[in-house]
Design a protein around this ligand. Structure first.
Ligand code: ADP
Length: 681
């Protein structure tokens, strides 16, 4: 028997491996099974070149559970004593400690770096044996054994069969891996698509009320998974079946893309556009990354562009370096090429469905929209391709490409400055009356009710030239698309003020909501009253909700305009009624106020250009006195008007109707409205 030391520079590397790779112990199984598969594939190559004497025979890899052992057996090329010495004993550890320290949370990086695949066995085993016989003619079988110290033994044994058994004597802390279900689920996770059959025990069947083993191997993998096959040989049903096998609980996918590149990198895979039922699902099902059919990870961030991480499916590439950290990954030139390639493929596929089957594309748009919008927002190269098939949807459910929509509204929705105004609603029912008002003008209104639409609107305003998006309830319709100069104020300032005081005094108090009262001449047939919210303020608040650092806007109250239509007979009625009722009380006050105003102006004119110390104190006092008087008069006038308004059912009814139309009439105010309405009937 031969004895020796494993060629590591660090005195005892195994405890280090064990300790540092605490989170990923389970991958030992992947490493050992894929080594067995590699050895078997090499044997197939040797057999195909005629180098192998005798039959290749059954090449199934077996995973077997003992009382305290796990054995992985193959009938691959096996190892000679010299090969064990070369590939197992002489592992070159240069700067091992530094590297281990740096990547202590990334087992893939460590294993890749050191070619430590086999040694990962020591993460779970106190002793490991390699029992092997090379395929080479007359090869002597050997047994290598190591208990985790740098010391190993190597002895000649007799072994009938070609190939290798790796026997792990599971250590006390790793007993969990002796559980059949645990191994079963690990094999499912890592080995489901390995290219050589892998068997775990025997198939079981129900007999006389209990499960009994059959004579058949329980093969756990599909050796020719869908993505390795030629697209031409596959039917839609095959893709759907494969999808179901990956994500059993999910709805049927919308589309899929079969990827297959050989140059300048190797990449195969199938990506699916899922039907999005909820965000939770979107995040739960993930793209799985494989390397030559060995499962690596389901976190593909950094490998595919962010927006495509929402897709489902499988990517397989031996050219994605796994032995590096995530941050390094993104700067890797192969990974960059792969990412660009996938983006292009996805865009091409969408483009071709759009071109060849627009009806289907439109039907699926609601589900596709979130991916495409995400892509438009985050990926410039995707935007450049997707702008031709991205769709707008209007409030009637009709779809348009960006170009088509521009053509549709160009003639009717350009304002006097030459800006094209895109009107949109984000809620069909809540904004119903505004949408109707716009339609009556012959305008089209887009429906922007998606999760990313706020951001898309801002982005498109940057991309498109001379284009502004505005929500239909941002202002009265004639102000949203201003086509000609206003002919002057709707009412003179006094009357505006009267309306403002009256209506303001009757608005129900609402927390964090403020109203301005405006009068506009909107035509006899338009609504007497409506509520609008400035596009700018609303967007700032919306952005504040989704973006950190904008809490200033988030804290501000919601500001609305209550717009009174001075052309409407109800509003006119309110005014003429007020004149009649309040003439005797208000007119004298107003007269007095304007006299005081005149005096104030005279004094101010006199003081103009003088420095503060040049103005006599008496004069200053006089002005203060006038200001005070004026304020008192105004308060008096407002009191009269508020008092009058409180008794005017039309004022309160108009306010409530406007609030009701915007879903803002609630609780007691709503109750009062109902009562008052009944009285009015
Ligand atoms: P890697 O697989 O990355 O080369 P490993 O540490 O997993 O690194 O294995 C080292 C070498 O040992 C392999 O390259 C292979 O030559 C040999 N080897 C490992 N397992 C087997 C096996 N089951 N049969 C034959 N050779 C094997």
């Amino acid at each position: 028997m031969q004895k020796g030391n494993i060629g590591v520079t660090t005195e005892n590397i195994f405890p280090v491996i064990k300790k540092l790779l605490y989170s990923d112990h389970e991958i030992f199984l992947r490493e050992l099974v894929s080594n067995a598969v590699d050895a078997t594939q090499k044997l197939k190559t040797v057999a195909s070149t005629g180098e192998l004497k005798g039959e290749a025979g059954d090449l199934t890899v077996h995973v077997t559970l003992g009382k305290d052992t796990i054995t992985v057996s193959d009938r691959g090329i096996g190892l000679t004593a010299e090969e064990i010495d070369k590939y197992i004993n002489q592992i070159a550890f240069s700067g091992a400690n530094d590297f281990l320290e740096k990547y202590k949370n990334d087992a893939n990086a460590i294993i890749g770096h050191f070619g430590l695949g086999f040694y990962s066995a020591f993460m779970v085993a106190k002793k490991v044996e390699i029992i092997t016989r090379s395929y080479k003619e007359g090869a002597q079988a050997v047994k290598w054994s190591c208990d985790g110290s740098p010391e190993f033994t190597l002895e000649e044994i007799s072994k009938d069969d070609r190939g290798t058994d790796i026997v792990l004597y599971i250590d006390d802390e790793s007993k969990e891996f002796l559980d059949e279900n645990r191994i079963s689920s690990l094999l499912k996770k890592y080995c489901s698509f390995l290219p050589i059959p892998v068997a775990f025990g025997k198939k079981k069947e129900w007999k006389d009320g209990k499960q009994v083993e059959t004579a058949d191997d329980n093969v756990i993998n599909e050796t020719n998974p869908l993505w390795t096959r030629k697209p031409g040989d596959l039917k839609d049903e095959d893709y759907k079946t494969f999808y179901r096998s990956l994500y059993p609980m999910s709805d049927e996918p919308l589309f899929w893309i079969h990827l297959n590149v050989d140059y300048p990198f190797h990449l195969t895979g199938v990506l699916y556009f899922p039907k999005v039922k909820s965000n939770i699902e979107l995040n739960k099902n993930k793209i799985q990354l494989y390397s030559n059919q060995v499962y690596v990870t389901d976190s593909v961030e950094g490998i595919v562009p962010d927006f495509l991480t929402l897709l489902h499916g499988v990517l397989d590439s031996p050219d994605i370096p796994l032995n590096v950290s995530r941050s390094y990954l993104q700067s890797d030139s192969n990974v960059k090429k792969i990412s660009t390639y996938i983006t292009k493929k996805v865009a091409d596929r969408l483009q071709s469905i759009f071109k060849n089957d627009r009806k289907q594309f439109e039907e699926k748009w609601d589900d596709l929209k979130i991916f495409i919008n995400y892509g438009l927002l985050t990926q410039e190269d995707f935007y450049d391709r997707a702008k031709d098939f991205s769709l707008f949807t209007d409030t009637d459910g009709k779809h348009y490409t960006f170009d088509e929509y521009k053509t549709l509204i160009k003639d009717n929705q350009t304002d006097k400055e030459g800006n094209l105004i895109y009107l949109y609603a984000n809620h069909k029912d809540e904004q119903y009356s505004y949408i109707e008002a716009a339609k009556n003008k012959g305008y089209n209104v887009l429906l922007m009710d998606g999760q990313l639409d706020i951001a898309v609107v801002s982005m498109l305003e940057q991309k498109f030239e001379k284009v502004r998006f505005t929500r239909v309830d941002g202002d009265v319709i004639d102000n949203l698309i201003v086509k000609e100069e206003k002919k002057g104020a709707a009412l003179d300032a006094d009357k505006q003020d009267v309306l403002s005081v009256m209506f303001k005094s009757q608005l129900p108090a609402m927390p964090k909501v403020e109203f301005s009262i405006l009068a506009e001449a909107l035509g006899e047939n338009a609504s007497p009253v409506l509520i609008t919210q400035s596009e700018y303020m609303r967007r700032m608040k919306e952005m504040a909700n989704i973006q950190a650092g904008m809490s200033f806007y988030g804290e501000m109250p919601d500001m609305f305009n209550l717009v009174l239509n001075s052309d409407h007979k109800l509003v006119k009625g309110v005014l003429s009624d007020e004149e009649k009722e309040c003439d005797t009380t208000v007119t004298p006050v107003l007269k007095e106020m304007s006299e005081i105003d005149a005096q104030r102006n005279k004094l101010r004119d006199k003081q103009k250009g003088k420095k503060d110390e040049e103005i006599p104190t008496a004069e200053k006092d006089q002005l203060d006195e006038l200001d005070k008087k004026w304020d008192e008069l105004r308060a008096k006038k407002n009191e009269v008007l508020s008092g009058y308004a409180a008794g005017n059912k039309i004022v309160r009814q108009l306010i409530d109707l406007a609030l009701l139309q915007n879903g803002m009439l609630k609780g007691e105010a709503l109750n009062n409205f109902v009562k008052r309405s009944i009285e009015l009937i």
